[in-house]
Design a protein around this ligand. Structure first.
Ligand SMILES: [Zn+2]
Length: 310
């Protein structure tokens, strides 16, 4: 081996080492995640969205970072107030969740954040999100006739249930009852489906399926997916024995078709606390857990809140 070729080989190794090191550092650097939106606004305020393009029925994770002097931050999404909160007292970052309803018209929407600067002046800044149509399959089911063509009395009951649910989802508790990650409602059952399915029952088109269905045996324990206050715990016409938990800031989870309800309205529950048992009450074709998530009135895929990092 000549001295020059030995030198060249050593040099090449060194260069390759430097290239690998630089690549490693680049991989570790917190750069922008593909698809994420980061907008720099006046006064050093930054708006962050986990996606600039999303589908109907999705959950958007948002963050606002800015100097501590700024105050009175408020968020708005298509005319709806979006609460912002701090996770940790000293944190300079505000967090929020935006629900993109299952039937929200595809288009471009603004998430607008307003605040007051150190001089007390009102400021605002917007980031944009494109909502695309979700790809939801259509399912045809045969259910008992009374659930497709209810008699006037059953119809009245169903309408009263709906009114009650709307009133619950309309109210936004200005307090966060949860902490950390959202859990799944069943132990050992991690796959759920049917979210967003357009349904044709006994040949008639019905509203899309707004929850996630988990197959499970009747009697399987159901757990609260995070801390909250029980907003409803009773039998409803279509969803059978139902529990709705208010997690605060307009975030609600719903558990339907239960065989047993083990919580009372007004009661506080912890994350992972047993609240009932899987059943087949209401409009069903068999026992399963229907789990729903509503964020500021928008019906979104509940599985997406489990994937969110605290
Ligand atoms: Zn369901």
């Amino acid at each position: 081996m000549s001295l020059t070729s030995h030198f060249r080989r050593r040099e090449r190794k060194k260069i390759l080492g430097i290239v690998a090191l630089v690549a490693g550092v680049l991989a570790l650097a917190p750069g922008p995640v593909p698809g994420q939106v980061r907008k720099t606004c006046e006064g050093g305020v930054t708006l962050k969205l986990n996606a600039g393009v999303t589908a109907q029925g999705s959950l958007l994770i948002v963050e606002v970072a800015g100097p501590k002097l700024l105050a009175e931050f408020a968020g708005d999404w298509d005319g709806r107030a979006i609460p912002l909160w701090r996770e940790g007292e000293k944190s300079g970052t505000l967090h929020g969740l935006i629900g993109v309803d299952l039937e929200k018209a595809p288009g471009r929407y603004a998430w607008k954040v307003s605040w007051k600067n150190a001089a007390g002046e009102a400021k605002s800044c917007s980031a944009f999100v494109t909502v695309r149509a979700g790809k939801f399959p259509t399912e045809r089911l045969q259910v008992e006739k009374q659930f497709v063509q209810p008699d006037p009395e059953q119809q009245k009951r169903a309408e009263e249930d709906q009114k009650k649910m709307r009133a619950i989802f309309e109210s936004v508790t200005p307090e966060r009852y949860w902490d950390g990650k959202f859990l799944l409602p069943l132990k050992g059952v991690t796959t759920g489906g049917n979210f967003g399915r357009r349904r044709i029952l006994n040949g008639e088109a019905r509203s899309p399926h707004a929850g996630v269905d988990f197959p499970a045996l009747a009697g399987t324990p159901v757990f609260s997916t995070q801390g909250g206050k029980v907003a409803l715990a009773e039998e409803l016409y279509y969803s059978g024995n139902t529990i709705v938990i208010d997690h605060g800031y307009g975030i609600y989870t719903l558990y339907a078709h239960l065989s047993e309800i083990e919580a009372k309205a007004g009661q506080m529950v912890r994350a992972g606390e047993e609240i009932g048992k899987v059943g087949a009450t209401g409009r069903v074709t068999g026992p399963h857990l229907h789990w729903g998530l509503t964020v500021e009135r928008a019906r979104v895929n509940a599985l997406q809140i489990v994937q969110r990092k605290p």
